[in-house]
Structure formats: C-alpha cells, structure tokens
Design a binder for this molecule. Structure first.
Ligand code: GMT
Length: 374
C-alpha cells in the first residue's frame, strides 16, 4: 500500500509512535510517505520504502500566525496526487484531521478518492482539543474521518465524554519493538557512569511540561534517596526545567541528579536503570512507561487515564493517586528494597511489555488499512 503519515516531528509520543509505525510498515513492503514541517526526530530514510515531504510554512509578514493547516492541506493534495497515495493516516487530531478532511474534499472534486484515518493520542482530546477554541472543529473532523483510533480505552471514553462524537472509535494501543531492546548489548559502562558507587538508578523521561508533574519526580526521589542510595537521571527538556533545577537546589539533591537533556535513543539509558517514575496529571497511554518496561524497568506511576492499561499494579510496578508522592516513594522503596523484589518486578514489567510488542499491534493497523482501501 502507498500510505501518507502526517505527524508532529518533535520528541512527543505521538510523533514517535507515527514514525515507528511508518518504519515498521516500510519494512513490511509498504511505501510510506511522512508529511510534516520537519523531518521527524526518529526518522531515518535508509529504507527505500520511506519518504519525507516537508510542509513549507509561509513567512509572509502579514501573518502574525502562519496558516499551517492550509499549507499542510495543500501539501496533502500535492503528495496524494503525485505519489498516488491510497490512504492518509494522521496522528494527533489538531490540526491534522481537519487538514486531511479538507484535502479529501479538494481531491474528490478532481475524481480522486483518498480515505483518512485519525489516531487520537491524548492531549489533542484531554487538554487542548476540548478547549472551546478547538472543540467544534475537532468534533467535526473526528466524525468525518473514515476511521478513528485511540491509543487506549481510557482515551476512547474521554473522547465520547468531551466531544459530540457519535461514530465508532477503535482502540489500537501503542507499541514497542522488543527485538530492538534485546539487541542493545552491554550497558555496564553507562550504568557505572550513572551509579559509580553502586547506587540504584531512578529515571524519568518526558517533555517536562506541567502535565507531567516533573517536580513530583524530584520529591519522590528525595524521599527514596534518604533511605536507599539512589541517583536520578532526567531525560528530556521543557518549560518546567527551571523549576526542577530550583527544587534540586532547595533539597540539596543536585549532586545525585543528572539532567541529560533531549536524547534521541533513550533505550540504553532505560536499560541501565532500575526504576522509572511517571507521576503525570494526565496520560492517555504513557508510552514512556511502556518503553521502560520493554527495557525490563518497573514503573512507579499515577493511576490516571490509560496508565492502568499499561502499568499493572503489583506486577510491572505500582499505581498511585495523582500528587501522592509519599505513596509513590513508598512503592518505589518496596521495589528497590532487595534484589529479589527488584528482579520480580523487572520480570513483571517485561512480561507486561510483551502485550504491546509491535508484532501484535502492527497487524491491527494493517487490517484497518485494508478495510478502507478498496
Ligand atoms: O505526553 C506528551 O506530552 C506528548 C503527547 C503527544 O501527543 O505527542 O503524548 C500523548 O501521546 C502519547 C503517544 O500516544 C501517549 O503515550 C501519551 O500518554 C500522551 N500524553 C498525554 O496524554 C499527556
């Protein structure tokens, strides 16, 4: 099949899922055309079935706000026609779903049929999308998509709750490629650099936005390190970073905390760690938690949104109420308290990650594509 994938190119989970999906489909022989305003961070074009089409954003001085949705629409029309695409798959509803709808109708006038699938990822529904400034357009574009998927049951229910959506939404969960994690090789040197004196290694990766409650990561760590020698590795960057740095200083914890900044391949860092912490306010799925579990790292997380579908309480880690740092620290300590407990949770985390292996999830997308392409 000849498939166009529209996504954000940045480090966010939706862009990563879209990119990994496209790469896996290309490996299976489909021709995959990525359409975005920048080459997605995880996209390399070594496979001959992978293509990238850049949306050129106008810099005409009249516009205080550049009309990205319009240039994206024009690019979709162009790529569908020139590359003879069979299908568009847009990740993150805003503004990709309405751009795809418009492109579909422009092409219809020229006698070209192009179905489109919208995959809902999270904040497009739970934070940004339900805002009154977006809601009617998002409702319309979801209802008019030829198929809609959500990355968790929780996100599907949130969509029905916040939007006047009447159509079916299929849950296709996010995935990881476990083979990739099995091929990471030895991470002893990295582990040694994180933990020169044999400390436990706690890790968090995110875009450091408010919704991630990153200061709770540091608060949890501060309780844990007072009982068990531990270091904290923080991967990512974002608007909350300054507040995090301030908190590290206030708690006199800077010597035990390392900020690594944005990292393209987090797998080796995860594999060199003992415990992943995700205290988010809201999380439609929690891809970062699944990636940790794929690297055999148990997860301490909140019980919000889709997290209970990913992290199983008492098996792959523990769930707590949002903001309950004492409970999350207590759970962290109970996992780290001895080798046997850590080993049990590592095993549980990996077994749970197997439910989301790409080989189980990819066929769901392929079946959906086939049902739409006549
Ligand atoms: O978590 C983010 O801030 C990024 C965001 C995105 O859309 O790129 O992530 C959302 O999509 C991910 C992939 O489907 C999910 O794993 C995340 O849970 C979801 N984030 C939120 O719901 C806050």
């Amino acid at each position: 099949m000849n498939i166009g994938i529209v996504c954000y190119p940045t480090f966010g989970g939706s862009g990563v899922v879209a990119t990994e999906l496209g790469k896996a489909l290309a490996f299976k022989g489909h021709q995959i055309h990525f359409i975005s305003y920048q080459q997605p961070v995880k996209l390399d074009l070594y496979n001959n079935n992978l293509f990238y089409h850049e949306v050129k954003v106008s810099d005409y001085p009249l516009f205080d706000y550049q009309p990205y949705e319009l240039v994206l629409t024009s690019k979709l029309v162009d790529v569908v026609k020139f590359e003879k695409l069979d299908l568009l798959h847009v990740h993150y509803a805003i503004p990709h779903a309405s751009a795809a709808y418009m492109a579909q109708h422009i092409l219809e006038k020229e006698g070209i049929r192009i179905p489109f699938i919208t995959t809902l990822h999270g904040t497009d529904i739970t934070l940004v999308g339900k805002d009154a400034s977006f809601e009617p357009v998002i409702t319309f574009a979801i209802n008019e998509s030829n198929a809609v998927t959500a990355v968790s049951e929780s996100l599907k229910q949130d969509t029905y709750q916040h939007f006047k959506v009447t159509r079916d939404i299929q849950v296709i969960p996010n995935f990881v490629c476990l083979e990739h994690y099995q091929m990471l090789g030895n991470v002893d040197d990295l582990r040694k650099s994180f933990s020169p004196n044999g400390e436990h290694v706690m890790v968090h990766t995110s875009n450091f936005r408010e919704v991630k409650r990153v200061q709770d990561v540091i608060k949890i760590f501060d309780i844990v390190r007072k009982q068990i020698p531990t270091t904290l590795i923080l991967v990512g960057d974002g608007p909350e970073r300054h507040k995090m740095e301030e908190l590290c200083r206030k708690l006199h914890a800077c010597d035990s905390i390392k900020f690594l900044g944005k990292v393209r391949d987090t797998e080796r860092i995860l594999a060199a760690s003992d415990l992943f912490v995700l205290p988010s306010e809201s999380e439609s799925f929690g891809l970062a938690a699944l990636e940790a579990m794929a690297a055999k790292v148990p997860v301490i997380s909140t019980n919000t949104g889709g997290l209970p579908e990913v992290n199983i309480h008492g098996v792959s880690g523990y769930l707590s109420n949002v903001g309950d740092v004492d409970d999350m620290a207590k759970n962290a300590l109970s996992i780290l308290k001895n080798e046997a407990s850590l080993a049990k949770f590592k095993k549980g985390a990996y077994q749970q990650a197997q439910q989301f292996d790409i080989h189980k999830i990819l066929p769901m997308y392929e079946a959906l594509y086939k049902s739409l392409v006549k």
